[in-house]
Design a binder for this molecule. Structure first.
Ligand code: HEM
Length: 491
């Protein structure tokens, strides 16, 4: 039976939000008609959704129910989609038809954090424009000295590991690298966690990040009724971080006034925000919110991607040799110091891309419908919560030949026997649509510079069996138990 339904034109790229058209369609399916994995009659699927394995549980359910299904957490229903076309449409229809899960903003705003990640509507549009400008390729070139200095520092640390024959906990060390880079790039704060120097700022941040993750997934906001010790510690940590960042904002404003050249060549994200015509109108609260967001969004994701790349490289010495040869051919010294040199490291880029394809550190995104909408014949009422599972598509044979295998060559034009199935558009590891990750270029530069420099100087061996390295989810997905040994290569 045909009826007429009012739906947005999803294929019109320029203006997919406002235009509507009457098209004939069969009655849309309702959420109730979707399949569902087996769950508890009262608790639904909540008890199966183990926090540290969320992405794996979702992938198990996809095998059981297909690419579109529903789950139920104590009465709250979520649609789960792993369908490439469905996901693309949902992600593209933000911020109008869909928004990030409102709980994310609730938790972050409650802590005084109002940045581009949790902003919506006009506030998001303003912040998005300025923050993406401040992270564009041109601006990132100005951040290079920071990345290079920190990379040299971390290589010295790796040398000590190699010389002492010490086993290295990869994810922990990669985190130190991205923490030092991100705080310096975000607002010029110099840390030395690479050399284990303790710092109050970092100590407080380490209290905040896991608490945000816990609160976002907490079924009941107990802290609003009774504050436990950890909630009080969180409040203290937030006050400390806020005070330090506001101090830096005041200093940077003065610096920009005294040194107008900084407007053309900002040396960090904070200066880039203040140098921007629209950014200079941001309130201090918005600037603080976006600096905090950068720390939250940029540290774990990048460190975990580096770690997963090293997980594969430690099992493929021939790839380490290829990266080394490429490095020797392109730059002298221990680090690729210029953006031009980095852009020529094609094989290393391919390794980074392949690691991100297989081990997305953000394998699912959470959204909520702002209005009633029908997508691919499914009627989604306003307020519906959804999990957009992105990794499934990246591991499908129909999208990538030998999808379960780590083959960097598939990303190199003409160099790959695996190009039979090759669908880069299936990669959503950095999200998609208007809210696509604005830090992608920065992240890729950090990963490529470190991986290239590391492989130029060291051989890498896995110190555990590959099966012992587990995927763990804690806000982002990281490798648990990843231990390697480094050996300096002879000149
Ligand atoms: C390998 C590293 C990274 C990965 C895998 C990653 C992944 C993602 C993903 C999946 C999203 C959600 C996109 C969406 O909703 O469509 C996101 C958003 C975001 N990321 Fe990244 N990210 C990485 C690094 C970074 C870095 C280094 C920064 C900043 C310096 C950053 C800043 C942001 C911000 C601000 C957003 C929110 C954008 C918005 O809502 O408009 N990310 N990222």
């Amino acid at each position: 039976m045909y009826s007429f339904t009012k739906v947005p034109i999803l294929w019109k790229l320029n203006d997919p939000f406002k235009t509507t058209i009457m098209i004939p369609t069969t009655h849309p399916k309702t959420i109730n008609e979707l399949p569902s994995p087996k769950g508890h009659f009262l608790l639904g699927h909540a008890t199966q959704f183990k926090a540290s394995e969320k992405h794996l549980v979702l992938e198990r359910w996809i095998k059981e129910c297909g690419e579109l299904f529903k789950i139920n957490f104590l009465g709250t229903v979520f649609i789960v989609s792993a369908s490439t076309t469905f996901n693309q449409q949902v992600l593209k229809l933000r911020p109008t038809t869909f928004r990030r899960l409102s709980k994310m903003d609730e938790i972050l705003s409650e802590l005084g954090i109002t940045g581009v990640f949790n902003a919506e509507n006009d506030a998001w549009k303003r912040q998005r424009k300025v923050t993406s400008e401040a992270l564009n390729l041109q601006k990132i070139k100005g951040f290079y000295p920071i990345i290079i200095t920190k990379t040299k520092k971390v290589l010295q640390k790796y040398r000590e590991y190699a010389q002492n024959g010490q086993v290295m906990a990869v994810q922990k060390e990669a985190m130190k690298f991205t923490i030092d880079i991100t705080t310096a790039i975000a607002f010029g704060y110099e840390l030395d966690t690479i050399n284990n120097k303790e710092d109050e700022f970092q100590k407080h941040l380490e209290i905040i990040f896991p608490m945000i993750s816990t609160r976002i997934t907490a079924p009941i906001p107990l802290w609003r009724y009774l504050k436990q010790k950890k909630d009080k510690q969180l409040d203290t940590a937030i006050i400390y971080i806020e005070t330090v960042i506001h101090q830096f904002i005041a200093d940077a404003k003065r610096k920009i006034q005294d040194t107008p050249e900084l407007k053309e060549n900002p040396s960090n994200f904070l200066e880039a925000l203040l140098a921007d015509k629209e950014g200079s109108n941001f309130s201090d609260k918005e600037i603080y919110g976006n600096i905090f967001t950068m720390l939250l969004a940029g540290e774990d994701t990048t460190a975990n991607s580096i770690s997963w790349a090293l997980f594969y490289l430690a099992q493929h010495p021939e790839m380490v040799t290829t990266i080394r040869k490429e490095a020797i051919a392109i730059y002298e010294g221990e680090v690729p110091e210029t953006p031009q040199a980095v852009s020529q490291l094609h094989y290393t880029h391919a390794v980074a891309q392949e690691a991100i394809r297989m081990k997305s550190t953000a394998p699912q995104l959470y959204v909520e419908a702002n209005e009633d909408v029908t997508i691919e014949g499914l009627y989604i009422p306003k307020g519906t919560k959804m999990m957009i599972q992105t990794r499934h598509a990246q591991l499908q044979e129909k999208h990538f030949t030998n999808a379960e295998h780590f083959i960097p060559e598939r990303w190199i034009k003409g160099g790959c026997p695996m190009h039979a199935n090759h669908t880069p558009s299936a990669i959503k590891a950095f999200g998609a649509g208007p809210r696509f990750c604005p830090g992608m270029n920065l992240a890729i530069q950090e990963i490529v510079i470190l991986v290239s420099a590391l492989c130029k100087q060291f051989d890498i061996a896995l110190n555990v069996s590959p099966e012992e390295v587990e995927e763990q989810f804690a806000f982002t997905m990281y490798p648990k138990n990843l231990m390697i040994q480094l050996k300096e290569v002879e000149e």
